[in-house]
Design a protein around this ligand. Structure first.
Ligand SMILES: C/C=C/C(=O)SCCNC(=O)CCNC(=O)[C@H](O)C(C)(C)COP(=O)(O)OP(=O)(O)OC[C@H]1O[C@@H](n2cnc3c(N)ncnc32)[C@H](O)[C@@H]1OP(=O)(O)O
Length: 293
């Protein structure tokens, strides 16, 4: 087996900072409703942990800028996040990045970019067509679906302007706004950032589990197919994953035409928001989110 020359490459350290305005705009961009005051009002603000991923987006971008892969065709393939401590409403932190692994998928390579800080550790897996075939290990395969019956399905309604909003939070790749750039990446039209889809999905998922979305401590998911702004997703959840602590769910999401868009989802949250009410005994009762989308 031949290791990629990028394997283990250090990408440097950057100090990133944020304000409560950034955190509120992020919550709104991923679909928090205006009356969700603990996400959108500075007097009560709890910061969504996935917001940290916008602050560290510089890392996979820095790898792309070195010429490791073709940035016009590479897409975000999957994401992992482990939260060490909650983000304050405003602050700064040092983030350090390296290429943790490069997998050889033959016609493509998958670059795992790991970012660590005192608040979180996260891994971006970038799927890069045309960069494989270097004789390396194939790496992880498709995630498995839980082998137990799923709960009911939740709805995640993305909205038509969502990618245009989300890109202002730190991911300005042209494929999310420019039809020509999207076509160059093999997509029908500008498509939604994977991290936006994922964060939007976590809001109804947390509600269904009866936990606060800011209590997220661990997250994994694969972006299996593009989501287009305005798509209405069916999110299937499996409560629990056998771990004794926290509140956990496995999940997948499909677009209206049945395409699986998120696979291998797993989210673990810290604490229940409040005891389950007798009126809402089923963690995955049918519901619709983002009613104003
Ligand atoms: C800068 C951009 C930022 C963004 O936010 S982009 C938006 C979010 N991302 C997306 O919308 C991407 C959606 N996903 C897709 O369109 C497709 O999904 C892919 C193009 C990424 C891959 O599809 P295909 O070329 O058909 O791959 P295969 O033939 O099914 O699999 C080839 C090998 O690659 C692994 N793989 C497939 N998809 C992913 C993925 N998403 N992340 C990591 N690995 C992936 C498989 O398992 C397999 O490998 P094994 O044969 O060893 O099992």
């Amino acid at each position: 087996m031949t290791a990629s020359p990028w394997q283990g490459r250090a990408l440097g350290t950057r100090t990133v900072s944020w304000t409560e305005r950034d955190a509120i705009l992020y919550a709104l961009a991923v679909g928090a409703p205006a009356d969700r005051l603990d996400l959108v009002y500075e007097e009560r603000l709890r910061v969504l942990p996935t917001f940290a991923l916008t602050l560290a987006q510089w890392a996979p971008d820095a790898l792309g800028a070195t010429g490791a892969f073709d940035v016009t065709t590479a897409v975000h393939g999957s994401q992992r996040l482990v939260v060490k401590r909650p983000l304050e409403p405003s602050g700064e932190m040092a983030t350090t990045a390296r290429v943790a692994a490069v997998w050889d998928k033959g016609s493509a390579a998958v670059f795992d970019v790991e970012v660590s800080s005192d608040h979180f550790t996260a891994t971006w897996s970038v799927f890069a067509p045309g960069s494989g075939g270097f004789g390396g290990e194939r790496g992880p395969s498709a995630p498995r679906r839980p082998d137990r019956p799923a709960g009911h399905t939740l709805t995640v309604a993305t909205h038509a302007r969502q990618a245009a909003f989300y890109r202002l939070l730190g991911d300005r790749h042209a494929m999310h706004i420019d039809p020509a750039a999207a076509a160059a990446a093999g997509m029908d039209r500008p498509f939604l950032h994977g991290l936006c889809t994922l964060a939007a999905s976590l809001l109804p998922l947390a509600d269904a589990l009866g936990v606060h979305p800011a209590g997220l401590v661990e997250l994994d998911a694969r972006f299996a197919a593009p989501v287009y702004p305005g798509d209405r997703l069916a999110l299937t959840g499996w409560a629990g994953d056998g771990t004794p602590d926290g509140r956990t769910a496995c999940f997948e999401a499909a677009a209206g035409d049945g395409r699986a868009v998120l696979t291998g989802g797993r989210a673990r949250f810290r604490e229940p928001a409040e005891p389950p009410t007798p009126e809402a005994p089923d963690a995955f009762a049918d519901r619709t989110e983002n009613p104003d989308a």
